[in-house]
Ligand binder design. Structure first.
Ligand SMILES: *Cc1c(COP(=O)(O)O)cnc(C)c1O
Length: 459
């Protein structure tokens, strides 16, 4: 295989069979799921690219770590180990474990936000913004304009536009901005990375105004790889060193361990500030558990500590990004419109360009995801108007410029051959795209509607 696409840097020790279904069966399944891929049963799915969240294959060493779980109610040695590893690899002084990323978002939002505040971020994320709004803040998007253009091929498309941040500070005043939420990488922009220079500049600007910078560190290792590859001065640095430097430009972070910590469940909140840490430990007992386990079992903390070490392995991360590019390159060669450049955890189909005849109100990305399942049993996820939800003031749909279907690659789970199946299915659909029609939403939950909304095809 082309060295652009290095072979899997692991061999397979345990296997899990993949479901084989007929088209007739899939038609029944997707109708029962209300044309929402979140509502499919996993046993009816062939290749599952719904998410890279919690879907990682753990290593033999992580499974071994699970056996040395110390399930003490307080002061578990696995917590002390996780704390040591987080300090070593991320550099923050304090860590509060949570059951997953949104547990950390809940704590951070509650301890930092007061009603009427603004939280700027480089594009929203669903659960992150929901917690900010729940605590009375208004989210403001400060990502560079280019991030909203799916086809524009530029590096570090996730960067903050410093002028937008400066303008917000002037508009509302620094005392109404408790922190900037900086996502590395930016999931909803297509997994686009942020440059080290941009992180440094955001930190400098915020420090001048006494505003904290909190990273959404969910995919920070993938971000580090892009810096190593594309930012002058970093080619010879290790991923580990780059990660540590990145984190030096933050006052803390929320982390979904289900992504770059290589585990199936878990998360944490970090900070350097002692007072903030005190507040977080008071609140964590209410929502998660004792500060020495949060929402995690001892064994899960041990597996996470080992996962953090493995996540910065150079061969692992090079292969991971190469897999994303392999799928992206196959689609691009066949003319299928995707978000360029390809990001660190997924390939995003550009549903606007794929199905230009379906208006956004008829949910083109939602339908494209359903069609991909029908075509080949491949499960993907809508990231467009359904995910964006409604404006809490006007009640109108948020209308994101990006109307996408996310083909997410779980870590260490699939081979290039599986990605060929996915690519072939997308290419086949693209050939008969004119026959695809839109959807009507028949059930709409009030919060995070994309998880459980139901649809029917338009005639
Ligand atoms: C997954 C994710 C979260 C939330 O984490 P959970 O572990 O799913 O609760 C937050 N931010 C980003 C960018 C994510 O991808």
């Amino acid at each position: 295989m082309d060295v652009r696409y290095p072979a899997e840097p692991f061999k397979i020790k345990a296997v899990e069979p993949i479901a084989v279904t007929t088209r007739a069966e899939r038609e029944k399944h997707i109708a029962e799921a209300g044309y929402n891929t979140f509502l499919l049963k996993s046993e009816d799915v062939g290749i599952d690219m719904l998410t890279d969240s919690g879907t990682t294959a753990m290593s033999d060493r992580q499974w071994a770590a699970m056996m040395i779980g110390d399930e003490a109610y307080a002061g578990s040695r696995n917590f002390l180990h996780l704390q040591e590893v987080v300090r070593e690899y991320y550099g923050f002084r304090h860590i509060v474990p949570t059951h997953q990323g949104r547990g950390a978002e809940n704590l951070l939002s509650q301890i930092c936000i007061k009603p009427g505040d603004y939280v700027p971020g480089n594009m929203y994320f669903t659960t992150t913004r929901a917690h900010q709004e729940l605590n009375g803040a208004t989210f403001r998007d400060i990502i560079r304009d280019e991030a909203h253009d799916a086809q524009l091929e530029i590096p570090f498309k996730g960067n903050v536009d410093l002028n937008k941040l400066q303008a917000l500070i002037e508009e509302v005043g620094a005392d109404r901005i408790p922190y900037v939420c900086l996502a590395v990488t930016v999931n909803l922009a297509g997994g686009q990375p942020v440059s080290m220079g941009n992180m440094r500049a955001v930190k400098e600007l915020c420090a001048r105004h006494d505003i904290k910078v909190m990273f959404d560190a969910t995919r920070c290792v993938e971000n580090a790889y892009y810096i190593k590859e594309g930012e002058p001065g970093y080619a010879d640095k290790s991923i580990r060193a780059i990660l540590k430097e990145m984190m030096s430009y933050a006052d803390g972070c929320t982390m979904s361990g289900k992504k770059d910590c290589m585990v199936n469940i878990g998360g944490f909140l970090c900070m350097n500030d002692d007072e903030l840490f005190m507040k977080a430990t008071e609140l964590v007992v209410l929502y998660e558990g004792m500060p020495s386990y949060g929402g995690m079992a001892g064994r899960d903390m041990e597996a996470m500590a080992q996962g953090i070490r493995e996540s910065v392995d150079e061969a692992y991360i090079a292969h991971r990004i190469a897999q994303c590019r392999y799928l992206g390159d196959r689609l691009t060669e066949a003319g299928v419109p995707i978000v360029r450049p390809v990001g660190g955890h997924a390939v995003f189909l550009d549903a606007r360009a794929f199905l230009p005849h379906i208006p956004q109100d008829e949910f083109p990305a939602q339908m494209l995801a359903a069609q991909l399942y029908l075509e080949a049993g491949v499960r993907s996820m809508e990231r467009g108007i359904v995910s964006a939800g409604r404006d809490k003031k006007t009640g109108e749909h948020h209308r994101p410029k990006l109307e996408l279907v996310r083909l997410t690659i779980p870590r260490r789970v699939y081979t290039y051959a599986h990605l060929d199946v996915v690519a072939d299915a997308c290419i086949a659909l693209y050939k008969h795209r004119d026959n695809i029609k839109g959807l009507n939403m028949v059930h709409e939950p009030k919060v995070l509607r994309f998880f459980t909304a139901r649809f029917e095809p338009l005639k």
